[in-house]
Structures are given as C-alpha cells and as structure tokens.
Ligand binder design. Structure first.
Ligand SMILES: [Zn+2]
Length: 1176
C-alpha cells in the first residue's frame, strides 16, 4: 500500500513535495493504476491543498519546463473517478488566477472539458456550482477573434447550456448576443464554430426568457435570413447540420407566442415553405423538411372551426336536465365560448409548454397505471342490493321461459298453437346450473329457484306481460311473406361464413339474379319511397331522376357509356337472407329521429354483400403526411388559391344546395348519417366537419354521408378536420368505406375499403378551454384521404365503418323470426322506449323442450342464462355485425346451434343505444352522455335502456339466476384484432402494490376460459390483447358493474377492431362484415365448449377436458408473470415515419448532433417495414 509511504513524507520541503506528488500521479497514470480511485483522489487532494495554501506551489507547477500541468491534464483525461476529476478542476481553477501561459492553459483545459463534459450528466451543474460558467464566458468575450481558442470554449458552453438553469444564467450574462456575433451567413470558413454556436444557441433558447431575448432583439429575421443564405449556397448539402442547427433555434423560439408572431411577421412561413419545397427531391434533407414543417404547423394561426357553434346542430329536449350535468353545463356556456385564442402565454410557469403533447401522452400512460382499482372493497362483489325485490318483480314478465310449462302446447304439431293439456308431474330432482353467482339467497320467495321446478297450474305469466306474448310458439311479430326469402340457403348463417371461401361465381350469380328480378318502375325507391315525399328535386342525382321517371332508363344507359348499368334494386335475397329492401323501408317508417329524417340511404336499402376479395391493411406511402401538411400550409401562403366555398351546411335552415357543376354535392340527412358541413377548398379538395353527438359539443368520429356530382378520374381529396383522438388506425393502414350505387345496380352492392394517401395528424383548428370543459384548448385532428371515382353520375357513400342502422336491426330481427323452426323458442319483447321514442328490443332464444315431461320442462327452465348486449356506442357499428353473426347462428338449423340452444337461455339486447344509432351519434345517447358510464346508477328517465337492462340482471340475481356469461359487444378504434376485457380481482391486485397478504384471495380462474377458447377457435381473436384488470375509469361500465353488483364472474366487454388483424389467419387484412359475423358465430361455438368445461359432471367423465382446464391455468401463469397483461388504451406505437404528429411536440428523433448521419436521421421504407413487423 502506498498510503503509509506518503505519510512519511512529512518534513520534506513543500516545493519538493508537490513535485513528488506530481511524480506519483504521473506513475499512477503511466502504470494505469488510476483505476485505483482512492490513491488518485488522495494525491490530487493533497496537490489542491498545497496550491490553495502556498502561492509558491502554483508558480512551480506553471513555471516553464515543468511538466506539472501536463501531468495534471493527462490525469484528468485518464481518470474515471469523479472526485479526482473534481479535484483536478479545483486545481485548474486555482491555477487560473496565476498569470503566464494562461491562455494556453485555458485552451487545453477547455479541450479537455469539451471531452469530459458530455460524459457527465451533472457536468453543467458542477460547473455552475464551482463558478466555472463565467470563466468560460469571459474567455469567449475576450477572444472572439481567436478561433483556435473559441472552438473548445464553445464546445464547453454547449454542454453548460443543456442545463436549463445554466441557460437562464448564461442568457443573463449576454451569451445569446454573443452567439449572434459568431453565427453568420454562408461561409466555407469556420463551419465547426458556427455549428457549435448554433447548437449552443438552440439549447439556450429552450429557456423562454432567452427566446424572448432573441425576439426582442429582432434576431428572428436574422436567423431566417441566415437560413436562406445557407440554403442557397450550400448546394452540395455539405452543411446540412448547420441548416438544421438554425432550424433548431427557430423551433425552440417559436415555442413562445412572441416567437411565433415574430416568425410570421418575418415571413417565416413563406421562407420555410419555399426552402422546404426545394429540399423535397433530396431525401437526405428530410430532417430539414420535417423540422420546417414542425415549425410551420406550430406557427400556423390557431382557428376555431368554421361553425357558429361546436354544439351539436341538433338539439333534443330532455325530460329533465340535471343541474350540473353535462347538458346543463353545455347550454350554460357563454356566447363566443368557441372562439379560439392562442392560449399559450409566456409565463414562466408555462415553461414546459413545448412538450404538452408528450406530457399528455405520458400522463395518459401514468393515468393508465393509476387507473387500476386498488380499493379491495371495490374489487369484491357488492354485498348489498339497493333495490327491493318487489320493485324488481315487474321484470318477471321478460322471463316467461323461467316459468313456462307449455301445458297447452302440442309437441306433435307445433304449429297448431296452444291448447290446454293437463299439467305434467312435478319433479324435484336437482339440476346443476353452473352460474358464477356467489351471492347468498336473498329472496327465497322469488319465482323459480334453481334446482326446483314449480310446475304448478296457473303459474302462467302475468297477463299484462310482454305485448306480443308469443308464449309457446311465439309467432312472428310482423307476418312476413315467406316467398321473399329463399329458404334453400343454408340457414346456419354465419357459421358457414367461416367456411365459405370466396368463389368467383358469386358475382355472376348476382348479375343473373338481377336479370331475373327487375323491379318494375314504381317499386319502393330509396329515399323517395321511404321518405314519403321529401322534396329534393334540385339535388336529385340523374340516377334517381331516372328511377322515378321510369322511362328514363335508356337515357341513363346511354350516359353510362355502355357500362351496362341497369336501374334495378339488386336481388340479394340469395346472398343476404336477412335483407329485404321493401321491409327495410317499412322499418324506417317507424324509426324516429331527432332531425326527422325521411330519406333512406341506398346502401341500407340495397344491402351489403361482403366482397369476395381480400382487403389488405394499407401500406403507408413514405412522406404522405408531409405532403398533406404542405398542402395545408399552402392555404396560408397562397390564400387566393383557396375557394372556401360552403357546399353543404346543416347549420343553415334548408341546407343550401349548390348545383353549378363545379362542386360535389353532399348529403347526410338519413338514418345514422353524420356530416355537418362541407367546404370546397380547392377544385378537388373538400374540408368536412362532423356533427357532435346530440346535446354535446364533441364526441365526433363516426361519419356517414353521400356524395354525388363527381367527375370521373379526378383526384379528390377529403379532409375531415374535426377529429378528436390523438391517434387513429387511419395512420396504421385502415381505410374508409365507400359504397357506389352504380356498382350496386351493376350487381355489386357492397361497401369496399377505399382511399389512398390516408393519414391523420393534428391541424390548426382548436376549441377553447371553456368549450373543452375547462382543460387547455384542444386541437383537432385531420383525417385525410384521396380517391378517384370510377363512374359518371354515381352516388357514393362514405362511412367510418360498415353502417348498421337501427332500422336494419329491426329488419334483421323480423327476418330472424321467420327463420324459427319448431325446435326454436324465440321471443321478442320491447324492453323499453328510448328518449327519442324508439323501442329497445329484447330477445330470448333457447330450444323448445322436447315434450312437456317434467324432466324436459325442468331442463328447459333451468338452463343457465347467457346475457348479451351490443351497440351501446353508436359509432361502433362492428359490434352490430358481430351481434348479427351471433343471432344468425343462434337461429340456425345446425346441430351445433341446436345444442347451444339446448344448453342455454339467451337474453339479448342487440342495441343498447338505438337513439344514438339513428341520429348518427358516435358515442352518446340523446342525454349527451356515454351510456356505458351510467351502469352504476342509471336514471330511468335519462338512461332507460341501461336502467332496464340492469334491472333485468338485478332481477336475475334476486332469483338466483344470474347469468353464466355476460358480454357487451364493442368496437375498438385504436387496436387491431378482436379481444376481451374481463374482471379479475387477482390480476388487478397483481398490477398494484397492494401487499401480498391481501391478495390471498380466492378466485376461480373461470373468467379466462371463454377468451382462451375463443383464441383457439376464432381466427380474429387475440388472447394477447385481452386484459382482466379492473380500472377505476371503467367502474361504471357494464362489464365492471355486472361483475361486481350482479356477481357474474364471466362478465366481459368484447372489442372488435375497426381496422384489421395483425395475427392469425387474417393477419394483414382489414376486417369486413364477413369476419365480424364469423366472430359472432364463433362466440356461440365457444359458449358450447364452455358449457362442457363448466359442467362438473362432464369434467369428471372426461379426463381430456381437465387437460384443457390445466392448459388454461398454465397460460394464466405465463401471462400474469408478464407486466404486459395490463393493456393500455392506446396500443399502437407512435408512428415512426413522420415524427411531427402534432405541431406542439418539440420531440424529434434527434440523434446527437455531432454523430448524426443525415442518412440515418429518418427511417427508410424498409426500416419502416421492419418496424412495422416488430409491432406485430
Ligand atoms: Zn365501445
């Protein structure tokens, strides 16, 4: 050990002593012993002490011929030890006060610091604490002409500036001005100096005070001038990083309002637009274009939407408006509330403003974790029932099957109707009903208890119950001419869909069908027929005119130029057994909408035959977002090119119709339609504004509108400019849906995925903070797509997803009733009326008992219940298509369907929000509220469908018949595949920090079984996307309330993607109605498997089933060990090709400026593809 040796040096003259110490240090350095940090620290500490106490020592080290300085600096360069570095810095600091060779020392010192600094994250702080900032600044000021010295000083300064406190201090000391003395126009000399000063300046102006300083001293035009100069002269792009450095400064300066104003005043928009346009052909200049675009978007003046108010254009008077509720708040807002001001101010507390977007996302992320329910009491079944049984008893009438005895029913001749027969003998054999209900019996007096059969005479349902009351053989509510349905079609419905492979003959069949069944002139005609005389003369497309004129068909055929279009309703009966245009029109007549629609959209009238070709998830074209954004910026730069012509506007009474041949014609005034306004921006470009949900001022995402008057082959661009979500599947390959009437009458009635150059990005429209509900003013997003139309005189429809109207549901239900066979027990009840005066259907489907024998009737009554619902969110039309698949399967004639009906009683509310669907809402009902947040305490007046559906479930719980499975079908706009959310106490607890003892809770793993089965059987289903965590924000949803209050362990939300799949058989494809319906059918098949798995008897007898169960447990273990079980709302990774999602984001994929290779700054297409692959 060296330590004792050094302590013996006492008494040696001090000058010798310092030299001796230096000698030791040199040896340490040479022998690479600096790794032994302790020795280095001690020696340097002693040297420091000597220097501080004896002036002589300083002179000795600095004297000519002494190698002391070199040794110290060499040590500084070699050591890894922080304390040693600090000691040396102190030594150097002391030495600086001595004259002679100082400049040389400073040069060396700064060279070293420039190397050391970036490696130490705390370097800037240490430098400030040691008073080193001013040393460097003064040195700079005194040596502005000494370029050799300047460079290392600037490099050190750059490191200092990265600390925000330093930046403010340095700014006060005039460093911002200093930088402007160094940076200048194009020159081949001293480019490194320039680069470093720009980087330093860029770091300094992250501080708002410094940014303001730059603005105050009119340096913004200077920066823009310099940028243009470099742009002009740096023709070979050797100094891209200098140009990028200038933009970096502008980017930070424009984070403050004054900065944006200065930028606009200095003509910054035009300058950056022009330079960027010139850079476009050179791919390596992408970073410049992207940063320019970021700055321009940020500076683009914020505007309110071009609407009189963002409140919904339609209003519905509620029975009562709860004070303090969302509707009261909305209508109490002051006038002019929508006016948008630039809300970001320059207060110091707004220091973090530039990264709001990221912060929001981060907050979301954290909120996601914070959102997990940690209150154990809320994770346990709720013990108390708030409602007395007497109150629930009225719901008995919706459960006729639970007391049905079929006494008057002739099983030999089921069509003969109800006749009186003697009661069957009683049976008391207990029947096991595997419900998940864990609650103790509460109401022993309640109607049929499980395990018992009361087949007492006169136990017939209440006479007032169930208006159609189709007791034993429930007859169709509306008689239907069966001749219109081709019953030879396989009635397994969507069960077959999974097996039907697309075959080319299909369309051929359709066309032939067309020839056979031509509608004679005066048949029900689209909106005209359905509407009962809506006056639309001036806007009727030629197509309609021809249809109505009857004899005009030839004229049109001529116009069609031999396309062979015939004006007929496509005969889809073969392919769409549940569709009937005439019946649809009938249904529409009894549907009430707030705007009192009287038109029928062609797609709903004709029906949709899923195309047989595959629709791939769209590959994103490189740079598409940038191109679109530049076109948007052009509006500001060349305002005279902008037409700004309103061509459709629901805010104006008798919406104006412009028919000058120069503009498209729009229409959205039909069931489920949503388009509020269309503005022609350029010859072939339209801004579209969606309507808010009724009685709200936001929630718009769903759209469905008609377009006509198009030119064939013209490149149309559509921009929906008031989207709200911060990201969308439109950025990940999803396309919009289009329906062409010309195609339909040519035998291809179908929605197809369409549109190119699709992207989704933050735009320059926003709403004020008050209108946004007190938050910071919120920006809107643009969803843009381009397309060309193929047919002249076509009428086309665009939709967010495959439309499925309330009238469609009613039509399907009628058709389904007609499919009933003697084996099927099916009943349609009206659960309640909605606020808008539509009825909410409730279906009961099960199998008829084989006879009235006691055993049969007991089995019938005691079948476990499965409770399904859908479409609480109107914009999630996919949920209805899945429901259609489920219903069609349940009514099918396959043995599987029969087994399923024999296994369960299905209670189904296929549309929980008819009003929302009818009126083209995206999320809410007429109360302006999200109905799936009302399950905790639904109001019978404001949320009738939820109130009564919950009551049905409460009734079941009260009579000990809580369903085995509850599932609410939804659509998911931000994730791919189909998946489920469930509720698990344990999995929720595992995601939190609740101590292990409290998670010593018993929980049956059964909740995983159904999704697990689905992942094995349904190709679109993905187990990996499922989550069983109970979130606080979801505590009022159906899933959580039914789990907690009703005690249903298998309570789910099933989410279907609006986009497509990234796994399984449909990987890479967008989802269509065929896949959605298949999903609904597969859900049924899975329930049958579940039945086998949950029956204790069967388990005992079939060992292999036990294997499956243990499989499931296995999976559980695997999944729960991974933290990714918890699925956040927004799953897609942020899009890599274009970073400037949002104008506010200061976040760029910026590499270290010195090491950045411009070629690598942005992902190439192949990188992008790899990235996408990695997402899967
Ligand atoms: Zn939903």
């Amino acid at each position: 050990m060296n330590k004792p040796k050094m302590t013996t040096e006492k008494g040696v003259p001090s000058n010798s002593r310092v030299l001796m110490l230096l000698g030791q240090l040199e040896r340490l350095s040479r022998d690479a012993m600096l790794a032994d940090a302790e020795i280095g620290r001690q020696i340097t500490a002693k040297i420091l002490h000597l220097i501080q106490t004896q002036e002589k020592t300083r002179k000795e080290i600095m004297s000519k011929g002494s190698s002391g300085m070199e040794v110290i600096l060499a040590t500084l360069e070699n050591t890894q030890d922080l304390q040693t570095i600090l000691n040396i810095l102190y030594i150097l600091n002391e030495l600086l006060t001595v004259g002679g060779g100082r400049r040389e020392l400073m040069l060396q010192l700064h060279s070293l610091l420039a190397k050391v600094g970036p490696k130490d994250r705390k370097f800037g702080v240490k430098a400030r604490l040691n008073g080193a900032l001013n040393v460097t600044v003064n040195l700079l000021k005194q040596n502005l002409q000494n370029h050799k010295l300047l460079l290392p000083c600037l490099q050190v300064l750059r490191v200092y500036s990265s600390n925000s406190v330093n930046a403010v201090t340095l700014g006060k000391n005039g460093v911002v001005e200093l930088m402007f003395k160094i940076i200048g126009p194009y020159s081949k000399k001293n480019t490194s100096l320039l680069k470093v000063s720009l980087d330093t300046l860029g770091a300094l102006v992250k501080s708002k005070t410094n940014a303001r300083r730059v603005v105050d001293q009119a340096h913004v035009p200077v920066l823009l001038y310099i940028y243009q100069d470099w742009h002009r002269n740096d023709t070979r792009h050797r100094h891209m990083l200098i140009r990028k450095g200038i933009l970096g400064c502008l980017k930070n300066i424009t984070n403050i309002k004054l900065g944006r104003k200065a930028f606009i005043d200095a003509d910054g928009m035009r300058i950056l637009y022009n330079t960027s346009t010139e850079c476009l052909p050179v791919r390596t200049l992408d970073p410049l274009i992207n940063t320019s675009s970021l700055i321009m978007r940020k500076c683009f003046p914020k505007n309110r939407l071009p609407l009189p108010t963002i409140k919904s254009v339609f209003h519905h008077q509620l029975p009562h408006v709860p004070a303090g509720g969302p509707v009261a708040q909305l209508y109490n807002q002051p006038l002019g509330v929508d006016d948008v001001v630039d809300e970001s101010d320059d207060n110091e507390d707004a220091e973090t403003e530039n990264d709001t977007e990221n912060e929001e996302e981060e907050k979301d992320h954290h909120a996601g974790n914070d959102d997990i329910e940690t209150d154990i009491s809320k994770l346990r079944p709720k013990e108390t029932h708030s409602r007395p049984f007497e109150e629930l008893k009225i719901y008995e009438r919706f459960f006729l099957e639970l007391s049905e005895d079929f006494q008057g029913f002739n099983f030999d001749n089921p069509k003969s109707g109800v006749t009186a027969t003697p009661a069957a003998p009683k049976s008391h054999r207990p029947i096991i009903v595997p419900t998940a209900q864990a609650l103790p019996p509460k109401h022993p007096t309640a109607a049929p208890l499980q395990g018992e059969c009361h087949l007492a005479k006169g136990e017939h349902p209440h006479p007032e119950a169930s208006p159609p009351a189709p007791a034993a053989t429930p007859a169709p509510v509306h008689p239907l001419d069966l001749d219109t349905i081709n019953i030879t079609k396989d009635q397994d419905g969507c069960c077959d869909h999974s097996q039907i492979q697309p075959h080319p003959g299909l369309e051929q069949e359709l066309v032939q069908g067309l020839e056979r069944v031509a509608l004679e002139g005066a048949g029900p005609q689209g909106r005209a027929g359905g509407g009962g005389g809506v006056n639309r003369h001036n806007r009727q497309p030629p197509l309609l005119a021809a249809r109505q004129g009857g004899g005009a068909e030839e004229t049109l055929a001529e116009e069609e130029g031999g396309e062979g279009a015939v004006l007929e309703v496509p005969d889809t009966a073969l392919l769409l057994p549940l569709h009937d245009p005439d019946l649809y029109v009938e249904m529409v007549k009894s549907t009430s909408s707030v705007p009192q629609y009287s038109e029928v959209a062609y797609p709903d009238y004709f029906g949709h035959v899923a195309p047989t070709f595959r629709e791939h998830i769209l590959e994103r074209v490189y740079g598409v977002q940038r191109t679109k954004i530049f076109q948007d910026i052009e509006r500001l730069i060349h305002p005279n090119d902008i037409l700004d012509k309103v061509v459709y506007d629901l805010d104006i009474q008798s919406c104006p119709v412009i028919d000058d041949g120069e503009s498209l014609k729009f229409n959205s005034q039909f069931e489920s339609g949503n388009l509020r306004k269309a503005i022609q921006v350029r010859k072939f470009e339209y801004d579209l504004i969606l309507n808010s949900d009724i009685n709200s001022n936001h929630y718009h995402q769903w759209f469905y509108f008609e377009v006509s008057g198009m030119r064939v082959g013209a490149p149309y661009r559509f921009n929906i400019i008031n989207c709200e979500k911060s990201n969308s599947q439109f950025n990940y390959g999803m396309q919009v849906l289009m329906y062409s009437v010309q195609e339909a009458i040519s035998g291809r009635p179908r929605w197809v995925r369409t549109g190119t150059d699709i992207c989704y990005y933050k735009n320059h429209f926003s709403r004020s903070s008050i209108a946004a509900g007190g938050q910071k003013g919120k920006s809107y997003y643009t969803m843009t797509f381009s397309m060309t139309f193929n047919h002249k005189d076509d009428v086309c429809y665009f939709a967010y997803h495959y439309p499925y109207t309330y009238s469609t549901l009613k039509m399907h239900l009628q058709k389904l009733e007609a499919l009933r066979t003697p084996q099927i027990y099916m009943r349609q009840d009206v659960l309640c009326e909605t606020l808008g005066g539509n009825s909410c259907p409730l279906l009961t489907i099960t199998a008829m008992p084989e006879s009235t024998s006691n055993d049969q009737i007991c089995q019938f009554r005691n079948r476990p219940l499965v409770f399904l619902s859908a479409r609480v969110h109107p914009g999630e039309t996919n949920a209805s298509w899945v429901m259609k698949g489920t219903l069609e399967f349940l009514m099918g004639s396959s043995p599987l369907a029969q087994s399923l009906r024999e296994a369960y009683i299905f209670k189904i509310v296929p549309m929980l929000n008819p009003d929302g669907v009818v009126n083209g809402n995206h999320r809410c009902s007429l109360s302006g509220e999200d109905l799936n947040r009302q399950w905790q305490s639904p109001s019978p007046e404001l949320h009738p469908t939820i109130y009564h559906t919950k009551s049905l479930l409460q009734y079941l719980a009260a009579i000990q018949r809580a369903p085995l499975v509850f599932c609410d079908y939804h659509g998911h706009s931000r994730k791919k595949n189909v998946f489920m959310y469930g509720c698990s106490l344990k999995e929720t607890v595992w995601q939190t920090n609740i101590s292990a003892t409290s998670c010593d809770l018993h929980e049956d793993l059964g909740y995983r079984t159904l999704p697990k089965i689905l992942s094995q059987t349904a190709p679109a289903f993905s187990m990996a996307s499922c989550s069983f965590v109970v979130e606080r924000s979801k505590e009022a949803t159906a899933r959580v309330v039914v789990w907690r209050e009703i005690g249903v362990q298998r309570s789910y939300t099933m989410e279907s993607t609006l986009c497509g799949c990234d796994q399984g058989k449909y990987k890479g494809l967008q989802i269509g109605t065929r896949e959605l319906e298949e999903m609904g059918a597969q859900f049924c098949v899975a329930l049958l498997r579940l039945k086998r798995l949950t029956s204790p008897l069967e388990l005992r007898n079939h060992a292999h089933l036990l294997d499956v169960e243990s499989d499931l447990i296995e999976t559980r273990c695997k999944v729960t060990s991974s933290p990714s079980t918890y699925v956040l709302e927004d799953e897609e990774h942020s899009f890599m090709e274009e970073v400037d999602y949002s104008a506010e984001s200061g976040d760029e994929p910026d590499n270290d400026p010195d090491t950045a290779d411009p070629h690598d700054n942005h992902l190439s297409d192949s990188d992008y593809n790899n990235h996408r692959d990695s997402l899967t």
